[in-house]
Design a protein around this ligand. Structure first.
Ligand SMILES: Cc1cc2nc3c(=O)[nH]c(=O)nc-3n(C[C@H](O)[C@H](O)[C@H](O)COP(=O)(O)OP(=O)(O)OC[C@H]3O[C@@H](n4cnc5c(N)ncnc54)[C@H](O)[C@@H]3O)c2cc1C
Ligand code: FES
Ligand code: FES
Length: 1328
């Protein structure tokens, strides 16, 4: 359509923005970052699921003359929808240059920012909450942050920082048992180091906030006929009428044009599914769609109202109305509170929700069960339609005609005796689409429990919202009782049948949920009837929701010695040095670097086949796309076309064959990201499928598909030992993989300097040297022409070691060929598809033990799914074997490990490097032994632990004393025995809720078994003004290595930390570096920095001795004039570690980090939902250099482990395609998953002669400690099974998701659902 182009007017951070060429496809996020250069707002997923891009939007409402502030995800906010709005970003509220805002200050000082990539989003969610609620409750805070994902911190410090804004008694800062002071508030505890003093915080002063722009109020108040706005774009145009008539006319003319409201459904469809709508009609300026009108029968809510506005309205009506009239309102309120995140609810509209007709919509089943109706309008007709089964026609389709729109939704009052419930189950408690969801309504005759009318609606069990009408019918005129219900279950199962291959999988579980949610409805109804006095007799236990009140936690730091000078910052909880910059959005990540002139972008074309020959690569259409400059293929690589790991080559760009879905085939280079993406979509690849691809470990084992070498290790004589044991048990466990989900996706910028073939790489990598070398080899250049710079990394966790080098090489070829700077920032979906993750493992074991619980022999086989390339998989398999003993001295122990070659994306390093998989297997084996013998598992663990001077199964001597201390201290701190008794009592009293607890130990080897990787270098410059610049080999990825290095330099140079700066990690300052990995960064780089600083301090000694009273600056100045070099390198050789696999012995680790962790959970056996009630962790980290940073690492790793073992699931389709490609499908832990009480204790008085200042490496170990939650769930499941008469070992694979936990209880509901016969159907997802 052609019409005059309108100017778009909005404000950003108080500044007027008038955009003459607004494109409807431009989202606020890219506009802020690319056009306005406000890079504080981050891209994490692009689909509203991570919260990294959260901003505050303010709008003036002329009807009420109020200003509405709400948080929104900028990635789903089309700029064209912002006409008349004011946007506030993280840059708009405070800065380190002017004044910090309290929300920025508090998250930073509470150590709530590690890599910092999520921090601006957290800040803006909290800021918006405070704008609306200056004294929020803890519930408000949790609700506001529910949609903000953080992969580093584990959330506890963020919550603690923001808890200081709330005025409730549970704020530990006001409580006499303040968490920052330790457990008690006695004098001794008060002397312990504190992270922050609340008294020092700036006060929140709402009068200091930016005012809403008066110009926008004037514009909104203007009464003269507002004009229609028109925004023609490159592919799509948008028209925004200001009246209903005009809107209906437009709809009549363009029935195919969708209505753009919150864009939370349309946006993801356009972005992820490539849907193009030539015309969009925005109705956000049509006031009629926002009206609310009250009638005696109920309320008409305008279809344009956001879900938050609906929630507020229903809450108000519920509190004002009589309870029997507001049953439906309360049911909807409950559902709304759990729908998406606050940001999504702020944007999504009621009409948009109904019409999107998601099969698992949370509202539609409740609206339908509640007899709601909608008013629809077209230019020729107005009508009302009931929201019932007939309305939801098929997947995403309703009865609405193309030219019609919904104007309002009617939500009726309930009558006396009419009871409504809304129930849902989702893979994560918050910010997750439901697996199964339902709305149920029953009407009883006055004073009786006989059913007069009933409607039951479900979502998640078919392509649409469905009515279980026959089940309802079976209950009409029946007494509400267990026996009536038990007949109804059979009808329900029959009525809501699901094919075993149904999309979304989890078919058995979904069918069970249809029953258990119905049972919950039954219980809720019984309790209501009882409350009303309409039924007599006993009613079963009331099912309360899982506990959710986050309590103050304890983080007990080690105290530094009294003798240590106050200036010496080593051992003190120094704030992460970049935390303030991260909280203000000033911290620069790779993609925040300003573009250079003529810079290009690339988008990758990936294979859609898992195993095929490339017959033809046709790039003609791509080259015709606007803005596309070139397509890079393997033929363009001037140097080495492969990366080599463990003797196996991996194509940088596929040459003749593809070996997995997601392998990179070619790269499209264009003048913008959008153009590159469209170009990539236009590339045509013709494949010829090759036979028999391998996906699963089972298939790989059957076909002997391995990466060599496979390893074996044995202590004692396992086969012989099995002859003399009392019991033998054979078991197995399967562990799923894990996506790194670093918040900053893979990012790189390659800049050719144009002289002597020099290339500068700006990369988010853990290993700059490897990136430099791989690029040099790919371009056939000497390494001295390639410099790799790393400012900071927005989370890595092992995923930015090898894969980043390969992706940078592709980008470098594009830069080389075009002679222009080229940037590559992966979209979240591509990142998840291409870069692999943690290895899934299948372990089989046989264990021989005595009746007293002593394990005599264990034989284990481990198979890791490596994917299509070797990467570091054989090393992962080796590390699995090296850690298989964990804390236990099993005299006869044998392990075999193999990395399986499959046609899946290649897996790689991930925090813990195989250890989290290995240790879970051993602990599961111990669990099985305990369950076989009916012994408490903690006793079996204790009985088998190493004690006294010990030798590992590879003959490395060590002392387990500190491990045993951690164990005992952890048991004491958590009051294990008391809790065990309390849990047992709880379980006796509850049928459908069970509690479980577990405690696990860890012994974790630190450093690289490949001795050469333990070296490190540093370069320290002292400038004439006394300021010091430190460079070292480690990359800052949130783990605080730069902060610790500044502490080291501060101690060695005897100067305040404020004089020391670290700007970046670069191959031009420190060459030939090793990866920041294996928990060894501080150990190695700390020694190198120490070495350099000691050299410099020694050089200054004569000057200092000559003038001991002089200042640091005076000594430095004198040194300059005395021609003393003020620059020094430092080097650390590192320990010479090795492992001899032929001899089965070695010293692969420098030392061990020890710990123990306890967790208690409460499990809802009907849905498998659980909550961690408490976690206590005691760690021996030597003498911590920075206890707050270290505790941050421990907590963050624990939460990653909790995700690995209980939540995160990668799903692959039967042809090897990864389904889970974003936060909507793949759930990492959110605020709702943190333990309600999360206590960390650092073991005092520990020394470690093997590392700097007696510290220990700790970045990785506590990932495994998340398994305390896995075993606590298993314990709870065990209690549920014993209610059904089941005892002894049972299988529970990892992750122990709600699905697995619920099905493992094997309750009568589960037994009711017939399981489909494996092999008789094609499953939706594979067990890889
Ligand atoms: C991250 C995320 C999490 C989510 N979580 C959940 C969840 O947990 N549970 C859940 O149920 N849903 C969830 N949703 C879905 C969400 O509720 C819907 O996307 C949303 O309600 C759609 O409303 P909208 O205003 O954004 O629609 P838009 O995307 O603007 O439009 C969607 C469709 O509705 C049509 N439409 C809009 N308004 C009207 C109208 N008045 N008349 C006729 N047609 C209209 C449009 O033409 C379009 O086809 C989630 C979405 C996201 C992005
Ligand atoms: S980037 Fe917007 S929510 Fe993730
Ligand atoms: S600090 Fe939250 S993602 Fe890194």
């Amino acid at each position: 359509m052609t019409a005059a182009r309108s100017a778009l007017l909005f404000f950003v951070n108080g500044k007027r923005v008038e955009e003459q060429h607004a494109d409807p496809e431009t989202m606020l996020l890219s506009y802020l970052r690319d056009k306005l250069r406000l890079t504080g707002t981050k891209y994490g997923c692009g689909g509203g699921g991570c919260g990294a891009c959260t901003v505050m939007v303010s709008r003036y409402q002329p009807r009420t003359k109020t200003i509405l502030h709400f948080s929104a995800t900028a990635c789903l906010l089309p700029i064209c929808q912002l006409h008349g709005a004011a946007v506030t970003t993280v840059e708009g509220i405070g800065s380190t240059k002017t004044r910090l805002h309290p929300v920025q200050e508090r998250i930073a000082k509470a150590n709530g920012s590690q890599c910092g990539f999520c921090t601006p989003g957290m800040v803006m969610s909290m800021y918006t909450l405070l704008r609306n609620q200056p004294q929020p409750s803890m519930e408000d805070i949790q609700e506001a942050l529910a949609g903000n994902m953080c992969r580093c911190t584990g959330y506890r410090p963020i919550i603690d920082g923001y808890r200081t804004f709330c005025q409730e008694a549970n704020c530990c800062q006001l409580n006499k048992n303040c968490c920052q002071n330790g457990e008690n508030n006695n004098g001794a505890e008060r002397d312990k180091p504190q992270l922050f003093d609340k008294e020092d915080f700036q006060l929140l002063d709402p009068t200091q906030e930016l005012i809403f722009p008066p110009e926008l109020i004037l514009v909104a108040e203007r009464t003269a006929a507002p004009e229609t706005l028109t925004f023609p774009g490159e592919r799509m145009s948008l028209v925004s009428p200001a009246s209903l008539d005009e809107l209906l006319e437009l709809k009549a003319k363009h029935p195919e044009a969708p209505l753009l409201m919150g864009n939370t459904h349309l946006g993801p469809n356009i972005k992820f599914r490539g849907v193009v709508h030539p015309l969009l009609i925005s109705a956000v300026r049509v006031q009629e769609l926002f009206e609310v009108s009250h009638t005696p029968a109920g309320v008409w809510v305008g279809a344009g109202c956001s879900l938050t506005e609906l929630l507020t309205l229903l809450q108000k009506l519920s509190s004002e109305g009589r309870p029997e009239h507001t049953e439906l309102f309360r049911a909807l309120t409950k559902q709304l509170k759990n729908l998406g995140s606050q940001q999504v609810r702020n944007m999504a509209t009621l009409g948009g929700h109904v019409i999107s007709a998601y099969p698992n919509s949370d509202l539609n089943p409740v609206l339908a069960a509640g007899n709601c109706k909608i008013r629809v309008a077209s230019s020729s007709q107005r009508r009302e339609l009931p929201l019932n089964q007939e309305f939801f026609v098929s997947f995403g389709k309703t009865l609405l005609r193309a030219e019609e729109i919904v104007t309002s939704v009617f939500i009726p009052f309930t009558t006396k005796g009419e009871l409504v419930s809304a129930l849902r189950h989702a893979p994560r408690k918050e910010a997750a689409f439901s697996t199964v969801t339902c709305g149920m309504r029953v009407l009883f005759g006055e004073g009786s429990s006989v059913v007069r009318d009933i409607s039951l609606y479900y979502g998640g069990v078919g392509p649409t919202t469905v009515s279980a009408a026959r089940t309802g019918q079976a209950l009409i005129n029946k007494q509400w009782s267990e026996s009536a219900l038990s007949q109804a279950y059979d009808v329900l199962l029959e009525e809501l049948d699901l094919s075993p291959s149904a999309p979304g999988g989890k078919v058995h579980f979904r069918r069970v949920l249809t029953l258990t949610l119905f049972f919950k409805f039954h219980l809720e109804t019984l309790h209501k009837l009882k409350h009303m006095g309409w039924t007599s007799g006993d009613v079963p236990e009331e099912l309360l929701t899982l506990p959710s009140d986050i309590e103050p936690s304890v983080q007990e730091f080690q105290s530094v010695s009294q003798a240590q000078s106050v200036e010496d910052v080593v051992g003190r909880p120094v704030m992460h040095k970049a935390a303030l910059s991260q909280a203000t959005g000033e911290a620069v990540y790779c993609d925040d670097l300003p573009p250079t002139q003529g810079e290009l972008c690339i988008a990758l074309v990936t294979s859609s086949r898992s195993y095929a020959k490339i017959k033809q690569l046709d790039v003609c259409a791509a080259l015709q796309e606007p803005g596309v400059m070139d397509v890079i293929t393997a033929a363009d690589i001037p140097g080495k076309k492969v990366c080599t790991h463990s003797g196996y080559d991996e194509d940088i760009l596929a040459q003749t064959e593809v070996n997995c879905v997601g392998q990179v085939v070619c790269a499209v280079v264009a003048d913008s990201r959008a153009h590159a993406k469209r170009g990539a979509a236009a590339v045509r690849v013709q494949y010829e499928d090759l036979p028999d691809p391998i996906y699963t470990i089972q298939e790989a084992v059957e076909r002997s598909s391995y990466f060599e070498p496979r390893r074996e290790i044995e202590r004692g004589n396992v086969s012989e030992a099995f002859q003399s044991v009392d019991h033998i048990y054979e078991g197995s466990i399967r562990l799923g993989g894990q996506e790194h989900f670093y918040m900053e996706t893979q990012s790189m910028l390659v800049v050719p300097l144009g002289e002597e073939r020099e290339m500068h790489l700006y990369v988010s990598t853990q290993w700059p040297t490897s990136t430099q070398e791989t690029v040099a080899q790919t371009l056939s250049l000497p390494s001295n022409r390639v410099v790799c710079h790393v400012k900071r990394v927005g989370g890595a966790f092992g995923g930015k070691v090898t894969k980043t080098a390969l992706l940078t090489s592709i980008t470098a070829v594009a830069a080389w060929k075009t002679n222009r700077a080229v940037r590559c920032v992966l979209e979240r979906g591509d990142d998840m598809l291409i870069t692999g993750g943690r290895h899934p493992v299948l372990a089989k074991y046989k264990v021989g033990f005595m009746s007293d619980g002593r394990i005599v022999a264990a034989d284990l086989e481990y198979y890791a799914n490596a994917g299509h390339s070797a990467d570091e998989s054989t090393l992962v398999a080796e590390k699995i074997l090296l850690h298989m003993d964990n804390a236990y001295n099993i005299p006869n122990l044998r392990g075999r490990g193999a990395a399986c070659r499959t046609n899946l994306p290649s897996n790689t390093a991930f925090r813990g490097f195989g250890v989290p998989q290995s240790l879970l297997v051993m602990e599961n084996l111990l669990n099985d032994v305990a369950m076989t013998l009916g012994m408490p598992v903690d006793q079996v663990r204790e009985l088998n632990m190493y004690r006294g001077p010990s030798l590992t199964h590879y003959q490395m001597p060590f002392s387990p004393d500190n491990m045993l201390l951690c164990w005992d201290e952890c048991k004491r701190r958590c009051e294990y025995e008391t809790r065990r008794r309390a849990v047992d009592q709880f379980n006796r009293q509850h049928r459908w809720k069970k509690r479980g607890l577990a405690i696990v130990p860890i012994k974790y080897g630190i450093a690289f078994a490949e001795g050469f990787l333990n070296q490190a270098g540093a370069l320290v410059h002292i400038y004439k003004d006394g300021s010091v610049l430190v460079a070292h080999a480690g990359t800052e990825m949130g783990q605080g290595v730069h902060t610790k290095m500044q502490q080291v330099a501060s101690r060695e140079l005897h100067i305040p930390i404020s004089k020391i700066y670290i700007s970046e990690t670069s191959t031009s300052t420190v060459p030939n570096t090793c990866p920041s990995a294996a928990s060894f960064g501080t150990d190695a780089n700390g020694m190198a920095v120490k070495d350099a600083c000691q050299t410099l301090y020694q050089r200054l000694q004569p000057i200092i001795q000559e003038n001991p009273q002089g200042s640091w600056e005076s000594w430095v100045n004198k040194a300059f004039f005395d021609k003393i070099s003020l620059s020094a390198t430092g080097f650390y050789r590192g320990p010479d570690l090795y492992m001899n696999w032929e001899q089965m012995e070695g010293r692969p680790y420098s030392y061990f980090t020890f710990g123990a962790c306890f967790s208690e959970v409460e499990l809802d056996c009907l849905t498998g939902d659980y909550r961690t009630l408490r976690t206590d962790m005691v760690m021996d980290v030597g003498r911590s250099i920075n206890p707050s940073v270290d505790i941050g690492q421990l907590e963050g790793a624990f939460m990653q482990g909790l995700g690995l073992y209980t939540l995160e699931e990668l799903k692959f389709g039967p042809s090897g395609i990864l389904y889970t490609r974003g936060p909507t499908q793949y759930k990492i832990p959110a605020v709702c998953d943190m333990p309600l009480s999360f206590n960390i204790y650092l073991l005092p008085n520990c020394n470690n002669p093997h590392a700097i200042y007696s510290s220990k490496g700790l970045g990785e170990p506590s990932v495994f400690l998340g398994s305390a939650v896995f075993f606590a769930i298993k314990d709870a499941v065990c209690a549920a099974r014993s209610d059904s008469g089941l005892t002894g070992p049972f299988s529970l694979d990892s992750p122990a998701t709600a699905e697995r936990a619920c099905l493992a209880t094997n309750s009568n509901f589960i037994q009711k659902v017939p399981a489909s016969k494996p092999g008789a159907f094609r499953p939706w997802a594979l067990e890889i």
